[in-house]
Design a protein around this ligand. Structure first.
Ligand SMILES: *[C@@H]1O[C@H](CO)[C@@H](O)[C@H](O)[C@H]1NC(C)=O
Length: 163
């Protein structure tokens, strides 16, 4: 790992995202007043470096790399103006940072469990659910693990708080 590059740049992106997302989410109101806390921020860091410009590749879309299957399991949330039956409702939601966050939240609410058997449901469990699915068996690919652990370490150092 190259400490200076792999640690500081993603962290800046995370903080930028947290700030911009928090203000835009506040404007939306209601249920969508979700925030990119250090947990969801680090899951998207691991998934895509929180790159908000990402479209869809091989069926995985947006900054959380959400698949249609994942989105459906999460109750198929849509952008405020969109109907669920719209042909591209999935792509439009998964490539929108707030709709994608909402999707991940719903998914975690539905499947949350103690994946790693440490007697609590914490951010590490949410990451395992995100990358491995509801059974959350096995281990995350090391590229995800490295990015996630690194991000969590930095976030907790900065006092972003545990979730
Ligand atoms: C984010 O993704 C876009 C689209 O794939 C790419 O052009 C851009 O370089 C990426 N940005 C970063 C910071 O990786």
């Amino acid at each position: 790992m190259e400490p200076s590059q792999s640690q500081s740049l993603p962290l800046l992106l995370l903080l930028y995202l947290a700030v911009t997302c928090a203000s835009a989410a506040a404007a939306e109101g209601g249920e969508s007043r979700l925030r990119y806390d250090s947990c969801y921020g680090c899951i998207c860091e691991a998934a895509s470096r929180c790159n908000r410009s990402l479209g869809c590749d091989d069926g995985a879309c947006g900054l959380f790399r959400i698949t249609r299957h994942y989105w459906l399991d999460a109750g198929a949330p849509t952008l405020p103006a969109d109907a669920r039956l719209l042909n591209d409702a999935f792509e439009r939601c998964a490539t929108d940072p707030f709709c994608a966050l909402r999707t991940a939240h719903h998914y975690m609410e539905r499947y949350r469990k103690d994946c790693n058997g440490n007697q609590q449901v914490d951010c590490h469990d949410l990451a395992l659910l995100h990358f491995l699915g509801p059974s959350c068996e096995g281990t995350m690919p090391s590229a995800y693990t490295d990015e996630f652990d690194n991000c969590r370490f930095n976030a907790l150092l900065l006092g972003a708080g545990d979730v």
